[in-house]
Write a protein that binds this ligand. Structure first.
Ligand code: ADP
Ligand code: ZN
Length: 739
């Protein structure tokens, strides 16, 4: 009989501790159970990670109590947490926190927040008068309810009327109010608008894809399906029917979408098909909402979860299917500890729970593309748009020629201007894409060449005209716009802005087309919670002609009347010092182009660029996936880069550049002797963004073909990590950004 529990306590210690399980707790103590344990001279809350019958120690203390009715983390998810800690070189404690959202972890106190008091009947005046004299609290609660139109959260009442909970119970006994344990209340507009949808008869290509996925759900073979479908090919419909199949088999499903495409439009499509059996998890939920949604899943009331990255850990029972939509999206990688990649963890969860995993994309990552090529994943293609709608025509505008012709660099080429004009005349809509907000990317002095930089980061300050400020996009520092060159021995008043941002695109567009109805969507204009839904709503009903935006509008939007997409400057992503720059540019262009021509009229895409012959741009223009992937893979193979190796980014940061550089050199030396010929450990170098928030950054990009061996060596090494005081070191396994 196993009687020992391995427990992770709430302390930043990267280890688990053994405790005896007292007899009376044995039936309750399972992995995931919250417990209280003696720790040093105090008591600590923690979680059971594993039950075992063996410990190397003989002086074990016993678990004191079990701190909840039930295990919050079930066994498979707990195993997943352990895998994350192991693979991503993270403390087990951090991994356990990742799989359990904070509002659930902090449980109890939230119970109150979930209760709602609803007025049932107004007491007649004489009763009210009596309350006012003899039961002042009840009277106060009634008054507060009246002010709130008859309904209020108990937590809010408690704030206004101390002791409101007891008063509400008394009122409930009298039949005046009812106490609801509320499930989440959705925005009413949402419920009203949703018309239940039925499965569509599938196109042959969709039917074939669905067959493969059903097979995977039923038999576990193939375990992972890469669904490579062009934009508008009906991937989402395939997901919906696959989820339906899982439900019919008595199993649940998780659908991950990138946060950025977790638009109301996307969520509504799932809600309209499955109604209340869906729980939605994303970062804009309040704690109370998150708590409710999570418990709906935990208790089996919701069997389908749609959400961003962390929804992967939802406690869905009998999981039958995990879908990772837009699997190539770098936002699936968490950029703090544990630095896990949700796509890869999804594959692992599928493996641990015997459930099917579908990775969907119009532009798969090179990692998944290759996994399919070598037979690790099955690949299913949807090469055509639904109903044989045309893929958009993509035209490249060479902005060098444009500059030569006009003597300056226009924001809108002649072709793009003409095409916008044409759409305005026809009453069709346009999307303009530029992945940089603000007005101008920098301020530069024409006399001395000085560029205004952030004092704490090694990037130039971005000019925001509307705010009359210059802003650092890395640390958020903002300053007034200088009216003379800040260089001490220059002070020239001719300082001016250079480079483009969405704000300036909007200004120029309004000047060119004064009668066009224009809206801009970036994180500067989308400040309130419902801005996004509102603007997209207006765009949908045709009250906006041209929508300008950053990557916020690159994904997932489906507006049939959009027949023109303009990419104002395609080079922005291309020249980033990251070996994935070409891949990102290709993906971005295809995705943005996918917003055009989703209706009956074929779409057109105009891409403005200074490097028209770059392979990523040319391949995107010809919609030539094969050439792009072949060339890119050849290049990666030659350099020994992912997906042919795994890359571990060791990043060192600190306020003294010398200390950081020294520590990096020392670490590289040690890593080299530690890893031998298991890995390539190059010399450390300053990161492409050499300083952020006043801290210098150096990096060592370790590459290896034997990732598990390397991790085994790194784990104990990190525990005694050699970072000197003032220098912080982190490891990012399978890093997706090396800036
Ligand atoms: P993707 O996710 O690949 O971009 P969607 O699933 O959004 O594609 O499909 C594009 C459009 O085609 C949507 O409006 C969708 O409702 C419609 N659609 C999908 N499958 C079918 C089908 N079998 N028959 C008719 N319309 C379909
Ligand atoms: Zn800064």
């Amino acid at each position: 009989m196993p009687r020992i529990a391995k427990v992770v306590v709430r302390l930043p210690l990267n280890r688990v501790f053994d405790y005896l399980i007292p007899d009376e707790l044995v039936p309750l103590a399972v992995p995931g159970t919250p417990v209280v344990v003696p720790f040093g001279h105090s008591r600590r809350p923690g979680y059971i990670v594993e039950i075992t019958d063996h410990s190397d120690r003989t002086d074990l203390k016993a678990i004191e109590t079990i701190a909840g009715r039930q295990a919050l983390i079930r066994e498979p998810v707990m195993r997943l947490a352990r895998w994350i800690a192991d693979y991503y070189l993270a403390p087990i404690e951090a991994a356990v926190h990742t799989v359990l959202p904070a509002p659930v972890r902090h449980g109890g106190a939230r119970e109150l927040a979930r209760r709602r008091i609803v007025l049932e009947a107004w007491p007649p005046p004489e009763v009210e008068a009596r309350m006012q004299r003899r039961a002042r609290r009840q009277f106060a609660v009634l008054t507060a309810l009246r002010a709130a139109h008859g309904e209020q959260w108990l937590a809010n009442l408690e704030r206004a009327v101390p002791g409101a909970a007891a008063a509400a119970r008394a009122l409930a006994e009298g039949g005046w109010v009812r106490i609801e344990t509320a499930t989440r209340r959705r925005a009413p507009e949402n419920e009203a608008r949703l018309v239940r949808t039925e499965p569509l008869p599938l196109m042959p290509q969709q039917a074939a894809a669905l067959d493969t996925i059903r097979e995977a759900i039923d038999t576990g073979r193939p375990p992972v399906v890469l669904l490579f479908g062009v934009t508008g090919s009906g991937k989402t419909e395939v997901y919906l029917q696959a989820m339906d199949h899982a439900l019919r088999r008595g199993r649940g499903a998780i659908v991950l979408v990138p946060e950025i495409s977790l638009t109301p439009q996307t969520v509504d499509r799932f809600r309209a098909r499955f109604g209340d059996t869906i729980a939605v998890l994303h970062s804009h939920l309040s704690d109370g909402e998150r708590f409710d949604e999570w418990h709906r899943v935990h208790e089996g009331r919701a069997r389908i979860v749609v959400g961003a990255r962390s929804a992967l850990f939802a406690p869905v029972r009998h999981l039958g299917l995990i879908v990772v939509d837009e699997e190539h999206e770098p936002t699936y990688k968490q950029d703090e500890t544990p630095r896990y990649h949700a796509r890869d963890v999804a594959v692992m969860r599928g493996h641990l729970e015997g459930c099917a995993v579908v990775l969907g994309s119009a532009t798969p990552s090179l990692e998944s593309w290759r996994n399919a090529a070598i037979g690790k994943y099955a690949r299913v293609d949807l090469p055509h748009r639904v109903d044989h709608r045309q893929m958009p025509q993509i035209r490249i505008v060479d902005m060098r020629a444009e500059s030569a012709r006009t003597g300056k660099t226009p924001v809108f080429s002649k072709l793009l201007t003409e095409r916008i004009e044409d759409r305005l005349a026809k009453g069709e809509q346009t999307i303009l894409f530029l992945n940089r907000r603000g007005y101008a990317s920098s301020l530069i002095c024409p006399r001395c060449g000085h560029v205004v930089r952030c004092e704490a980061c090694s990037v130039s300050m971005v000019y925001h005209k509307g705010r009359s400020q210059i802003v650092c996009h890395l640390c958020g520092a903002a300053r007034p716009v200088p009216d003379v060159c800040p260089a001490p021995n220059c002070r020239d008043p001719a300082i001016r802005h250079a480079g483009l941002g969405t704000e300036r695109v909007e200004e120029i567009l309004r000047r060119l087309f004064p009668r066009a109805r224009v809206a801009r969507m970036d994180s500067d204009t989308m400040t309130r919670k419902d801005d996004y839904r509102r603007v997209l709503g207006e765009f949908r009903v045709g009250r906006i002609d041209v929508l300008i935006g950053t990557q916020m509008i690159a994904k997932g939007l489906d507006f049939p009347n959009v027949t023109l997409v303009g990419v104002v400057q395609a080079d922005l992503a291309l020249h980033l010092p990251d070996f994935r720059a070409g891949e990102r540019t290709f993906q971005l262009l295809i995705q943005v182009a996918g917003r055009a021509g989703r209706g009956d009229v074929a779409g057109e895409v105009i891409v403005q660029t200074f490097t028209p012959f770059h392979i990523a741009i040319q391949a995107a223009r010809r919609l030539d996936w094969a050439t792009f992937y072949d060339q890119e893979l050849a290049f990666r193979r030659e350099l020994g880069y992912p997906p042919f190796t795994h890359m571990i980014l060791c990043l060192l940061r600190g306020e003294s550049e010398m200390a950081v550089a020294d520590a990096a050199a020392a670490a590289a030396g040690q890593l080299r002797s530690l890893l031998g010929d298991l890995a390539v450990v190059p010399d450390p170098a300053p990161a492409p963004i050499a300083r952020i928030r006043g801290r210098y950054r150096y990096q060592i990009l370790i590459r290896t073909g034997k990732i598990l061996d390397v991790l085994n060596l790194l784990r104990p090494w990190i525990r005694h990590a050699p970072w000197p005081a003032g220098v912080e070191g982190t490891f990012d396994v399978d890093a997706v950004s090396i800036l």
